[in-house]
Design a protein around this ligand. Sequence first.
Ligand code: PRT
Ligand code: ZN
Length: 283
Amino acid sequence: MLRIAVQTKGRLNEQSMDLLKEAGVTVSQEKRKFLMRAADFPAEIIFLRDDDIPQTVAIGAADVGIVGYNEVAEKGLDVEILQKLGFGGCRLSLAIPKTENYTGLEYFNGKRVATSYPEILSRYFAENGIEAEIHTITGSVEIAPTAGLADAIFDIVSSGGTLVSNGLVEVEKVVFSEAVLIGNPQLSAQKMELAKKLMSRFEAVRNGIGKKYLLLNIPAEALDKAIDMLPAMRSPTVIPLANSQWCSLQTVVDEENIWNIIENLKTIGAEGILVLSLDKIVL
Ligand code: PRT
Ligand code: ZN
């Protein structure tokens, strides 16, 4: 049995639960409890605040967890990063009031910087020879300069809208983050087996994102041209049809190119084009 830590609520909860569900690890959404057994995989899900996930995994109270890399980097605990999960993308950046004239990193010498990530920031300043005062704040860091509590902030940025609405400008992007699967470094062989199974399912789900399955009929004489138009994962599947002058082509394509590909294929005689949704790709 693998115990998986997931954020109770907040930005990563929904996508973590969706990913688990797509990977065949489902719990009842109706009566949610702190600890829930999955119906279809030997796992249980423990719901926690994201700040507590690295420690819970480090001490082995959970075997693996889904959490932002920023939390893992800040806590500096003994956990393994098993897999990047491709959602929850953001960065930890330094920002200053937009009325200030930014002269480079040395600007921060002697300044007061408010943050919820003091460890990452003090490491970064130390590496770059900057001596600043770090003020640890939990909660709305972005209001600290206006409130007179700090000269600058070091905080999570994604769209940048929060900075703009607080009159701040991002001047240094320090750490790029996304949701990651972390694991206890001393997992038993049996738990490691389950964690690996989970990782390969996650990968299959991610491989399917933004992809479509394309099926079409093409005159045999245009087959080579059609294959050239298709960026297949290996090479497209070609199936002869009862009418020997035609064949069927099947392949996976990127969703964003789908209309160009279809229009190009039509110019060389493709017919009966089907575009199918695709859930998972196991490579
Ligand atoms: O209650 P709990 O402690 O579990 O949650 P939390 O409130 O500490 O974290 P939560 O749910 O806000 O975020 C969880 C994780 O999502 C973070 O640790 C990051 O890994 C990731 N993430 C991705 C973000 C953002 N994007 C993000 N934009 N976390 C926070 N923000 C904040 C940002 O600081 C800003 O104040 O959202 C605001 C909007 O950002 P902009 O730049 O889009 O305006
Ligand atoms: Zn938190």
